[in-house]
Design a protein around this ligand. Sequence first.
Ligand code: M7G
Length: 326
Amino acid sequence: MSDADRLNDDVTAPSCKKIKFDHQTENGVSDVKIQLKDFIPEKILRNNTNTKTVCVQGKFISKSGVAIVILEKNVFKEEDLNDKGYFSPETVLETYFQNDIYGNYACFPKSSINGVKATIIYPASEKHIIKYSQQEVHIVLETPELYEKLTLPFIKKEQFNLQWVYNILDGTSEQDRIVHDNKCEKEGFVLLPDLKWDGLTKETLYLLAIVRQRGIKSLRDLNESHLPLLRRVQEEGKKKILEKYNIRDSQLRIYLHYQPSFYHLHIHFTYLRHEAPGIYAEKSHLLSTVIDNIEMMGNYYQKASLPFTIREMDNIFDVYETNGYV
Ligand code: M7G
């Protein structure tokens, strides 16, 4: 069975899927029906020409509160590069110019392969607006002392609500997307497609392992007592991805973010070939290195200085700036 066949067998085309909404959101809103024709754009927060992603702030007609719509051009799926996809009779070419052997066209493939990935955050908070806005970035080196003095009090006071995480773990949201569920309270985790992934396109594979154990905020909290959990996520995650998506572990990037946006331990699994957002040195820590460091020194992450990036609009930027660290 080819990779493409295996992928097609395992996943349903998005158009065939019923859209499910969270039963409970962080604001207690349930079953919100949303249509883009009702969206009134007000401000472009970010327009990234490299990732071909645009984040727009606005409102929905006759609904209160702010909404953020994120539109992202999809990557080319290799299985669509044939006479049923881009090279089918349904594709329309409009000539811009022809010069000698060079031709330049506007190409309009059929709509089923020409979709745009849309993410909608509604109602969005001020923190969401900041997260999706374009802004200057700085790097700080967080010593254990700075973590205790500045970062930790900030995290305790201000962080994104974790309701979406609990909805997944408690079985009220995204249940049809779950790839693997180990129900052990101590070493269990749920593996499912990340919000950033359509769950279909192998070229951009992006899964998230969310641990069942509550109270592990981030990399900083990890110690030798978490080694069985981390090894389990690594081994079972790799195995399930091979079974379902036919991608070998040697082609996976498995990592944690520091700082994360959400302070409930989760591990990112992405396809090595795919340059997913947040894979760079200043933000990602490979799970294999994390395990290795803790094996060598049980309290490594309580002793280490960890760099992280902060953006000027983030409130934590003010905390570090006021204290003279940026
Ligand atoms: P992070 O390292 O805390 O923050 O990762 P980042 O956004 O700076 O990377 C959290 C991950 O959870 C991100 O990759 C998000 O795309 C993903 N994510 C966020 N939400 C709200 C959801 C959700 O509702 N469902 C799923 N499946 N993934 C989510």
